[in-house]
Design a protein around this ligand. Structure first.
Ligand SMILES: [Ca+2]
Ligand SMILES: [Ca+2]
Length: 245
């Protein structure tokens, strides 16, 4: 007769064997795009673009609707705020070329374990913010309409833009950041030349954390638009694209 301890051991093996086999067969997680820096590109031009995400370092190809891409480098990526699920821990750098007539574009990263879901790119021309722009006195002068690529690059960074407007002019400013995967929780505020607050917004929808304001200017003169993070955090991945018209 089999000793009771040995019997239990054999039963345990029989009971758990299928589970162990199933665990062995569990597929490895596929690749995922978290964000691209910048969020898009201008049509008809070559743009160097960084794609961050999970399991992207074995990429063999980047397919682009509305254009083409060539992989320049791929590998592990630093995780500044220690949350790889939010900001990714691998990256690819590509040379992206959107066709001259493209109005909508997206990309898919192909790896040996599968392909990512399509990631939408913005198709527009943008200009880079110019630091330092941390207050009214150092504000970056802009003329509307404009699309600015910027970064809340450190904790408590403030980006301020100086514009001149006319009485009755309608100014529309919108941040594109969290909906494209940026950890930035943008807050926009518009002040007049005396520093009086005219409008502010944190999140204009429950879908994401991006800010948008629309103001009819009360007088001819100088105006200042500020962009900050709602939690005073910042870093190299706190990127945004600010469209003002
Ligand atoms: Ca700044
Ligand atoms: Ca926000």
């Amino acid at each position: 007769m089999m000793p009771r301890a040995l019997l239990y051991f054999c039963c345990t093996l029989v009971l758990f064997a299928p589970t162990l086999a199933q665990e062995k067969k569990k597929p490895s997680p596929g690749p995922r795009v978290v964000l691209t820096i910048p969020f898009g590109a201008a049509p008809g031009k070559s743009t160097k673009l960084t794609i961050r995400g999970k399991n992207l370092d074995s990429a063999s190809e980047v397919k682009v609707t509305g254009g083409s891409a060539r992989i320049l480098s791929k590998g592990k990526a630093g995780v500044p705020d220690k949350n790889p699920d939010q900001v990714g821990d691998t990256q690819i750098v590509i040379e992206l070329k959107l066709d001259a007539k493209t109005v909508a574009a997206s990309l898919v990263v192909v790896t040996p374990t599968g392909a990512t879901k399509p990631h939408v790119l913005r198709v527009e021309t943008a200009t880079a913010e110019q630091e330092p722009n941390d207050g009214f006195n150092a504000a970056q002068m802009i003329a509307l309409p404009i699309v600015v690529d910027g970064t809340i690059s450190r904790a408590r960074d403030v980006d301020v833009f100086h514009l001149q407007g006319k009485k009755g002019q309608r100014v529309f400013a919108e941040v594109h950041a969290s909906r494209h995967g940026s950890p930035l929780d943008a807050v926009l505020a518009l002040y007049d030349g005396k520093g009086q607050l005219l409008a502010s917004n944190d999140d204009f929808t429950k879908e994401h954390r991006d800010a948008r304001i629309e103001v009819v200017l009360p007088a001819d003169g100088d105006y200042y638009l500020s962009l900050i993070d709602a939690h005073d955090t910042g870093g190299p991945l706190h990127v945004y694209r600010l469209a003002i018209k």
